[in-house]
Design a binder for this molecule. Structure first.
Ligand code: NAP
Length: 261
């Protein structure tokens, strides 16, 4: 299927690792140009060089998105480099375990890690996206609808992201801009691997989680997440907007007799 993404310009936050890296690589494979906005530097520069060597543009833009002024600067740098934006993918985030016992200040800081920059990036990019009749994709989490325990701020952020997805889809429909969310549940990434390492028996915990994923009893791959994102970014999904789409092997919604094995 030709997704019609050749030479489209895509801004991805957190594109150096995990799901974001998968998204960046999938857009590049479809012929798009990418601005990868990421905090740490080494992986982003390495990806930029890797793609430059084969004539593709994967521009690394260093920014810690927790500071809203960095969000504006990142969008401006992407526009200065490419002159246009067709797609924004809000992806950077972390399940940081800021629970009910945390202080209100810690709660606010967690929202800055997971929610505020989704708004700030789109706020600064929206005119450019309107100009190209582009698309926005927000990466959410199953925690937005299931809860998890011990992670109030992340749950609030991801619930907020689902709400913003529908809200922006309404705001931007008159401009032919589509806005959708993709919801991972159990996707194998460095973040996930690091979290498992905090448990007493990581291998056993991994197996236990895999047993609860109905489709194939395995984690979702970053490529499977990315395939949904590139489809939603493409004109092949031209009448899909305001949708919250689970790419999770059935984990979130199937009958408990299938997920509780
Ligand atoms: P990951 O492996 O930790 O990768 C996240 C990337 O985002 C890293 O490159 C990280 O850079 C970057 N990043 C994080 N915070 C940033 C900030 N403030 N400013 C700039 N860059 C930042 O995480 P992941 O598992 O791929 O998760 C990606 C998204 O999917 C997140 O929104 C997460 O909540 C969501 N999600 C993941 C899962 C899952 O199963 N993996 C499940 C549900 C939802 P650094 O290297 O500098 O930290």
């Amino acid at each position: 299927m030709d997704l019609g993404l050749t030479d489209k310009v895509v801004l991805v936050t957190g594109g150096s690792k995990g799901i974001g890296e998968g998204i960046v690589r999938s857009f590049l494979a479809e012929g798009a140009k990418v601005a990868n906005v990421n905090r740490s530097t080494a992986e982003g520069l390495a990806m930029e060089a890797e793609y430059a060597a084969v004539g593709k543009e994967c521009a690394f833009i260093q920014a810690d998105l927790c500071a809203v002024e960095n969000c504006q600067a990142a969008v401006e740098q992407a526009l200065a480099r490419f002159g246009r934006l067709d797609v924004v993918v809000n992806n950077a985030g972390v399940n940081d375990g800021v629970g009910l016992d945390a202080s209100p200040a810690e709660f606010v800081a967690s929202l800055q890690r997971n929610l505020i920059h989704y708004f700030a990036i789109v706020h600064h990019a929206v005119d450019a996206i309107k100009a190209t009749r582009g698309a926005i994709i927000n990466i959410s989490s199953k925690v937005s609808v299931t809860g998890q325990g011990g992670t109030s701020a992340y749950a609030a952020a991801k619930g907020g992201i689902n709400g913003l997805t529908r809200e922006w889809a309404v705001d931007l429909a008159p401009f032919d801009v589509r806005v959708n969310a993709v919801v991972p549940a159990e996707t194998w990434t460095p973040l996930y691997a690091n979290w498992l390492e905090t448990l007493p028996d990581p291998a056993a915990a991994k197996q236990q989680i895999e047993r609860m994923i109905p489709l194939g009893h395995r984690f979702t791959t970053t490529e499977e997440l990315a395939d949904m994102v590139v489809f939603l970014a493409s004109p092949r999904s031209s009448h899909t907007t305001g949708q919250i789409i689970y790419v999770d092997g059935g984990y979130t919604h199937f009958d408990r007799k299938l997920t509780g094995m």
